[in-house]
Design a protein around this ligand. Structure first.
Ligand SMILES: [Zn+2]
Length: 212
């Protein structure tokens, strides 16, 4: 029983994360398309540092310029000033050469460098928007696949078929004579049937797993 509750909770959490990821994916895709027409920039300025987050020409990046060693992570001053601006699009891949002349140039749109000195500090990360969109699409896609699979299993169960291989088990309810899977037949409790459908019991437990 605890296993079923835990599985249900885990599944709801997974679907929630997938939903959030889907929203991020759609937002990133929108920004990606718009980034060729204009750059979207966000500035955060405080006494010790300036953060610039930008999406432009299919790239997104964050550049932090700070004072000395503490500049990169100065968050405690409380007087940060935020600003959003739309600017003509520019090639973000050209920015590293100016701020990080020592660092290797971006590769396939990816760049990361960090310089911490006693007088000033700098950090920059660049990612292609295609990578961001793909990354945020992974979770929603896997959720869609798992929902499809679960529906197929439920359909098979309610038709009296094996949830695993689809073999007609009406003659031997709860047990598949084709693949040997033991499952709770339709009507024998939704959640239990679901869990059984998801996890084939190991052979040693199969005798005990037959409902009633
Ligand atoms: Zn089967």
């Amino acid at each position: 029983m605890a296993g079923i509750v835990l599985w249900r909770f885990g599944r709801i959490f997974f679907l929630f994360l997938a939903g959030v990821s889907l929203l991020l994916c759609v937002a990133a895709a929108g920004l990606w398309v718009r980034s060729y027409a204009a750059a979207q920039n966000v500035y955060r300025r405080s006494a010790q540092s300036t953060l610039i987050a930008a999406v432009s020409r299919g790239e997104c990046g964050v550049l932090i310029l700070g004072d000395g060693e503490g500049g990169l992570n100065s968050t405690g001053d409380g007087a940060a000033d935020w600003e959003w601006s739309r600017e003509p699009s520019s090639d973000l891949l050209e920015v590293p050469a100016g701020y990080f002349p020592e660092a290797p140039p971006p590769v396939a749109g990816f760049f990361f460098s960090r310089v911490v000195g006693s007088v000033d500090s700098r950090m920059m990360i660049l990612l292609p928007m295609g990578f961001v969109v793909t990354l945020t699409a992974l979770l929603p896609l896997s959720a869609a696949v798992s929902i499809r699979r679960l529906r197929a299993k439920r359909r098979r169960l309610s038709a009296g078929c094996c949830p695993g291989c689809g073999y007609d088990c009406r003659a031997t309810p709860g047990r598949c004579s084709e693949c040997g899977r033991v499952f709770a037949a339709a009507g024998a409790g939704g959640a239990a049937a679901e869990l059984q459908a998801r996890t084939p019991a190991p052979p040693s437990e199969r005798q005990n797993a037959v409902p009633d």
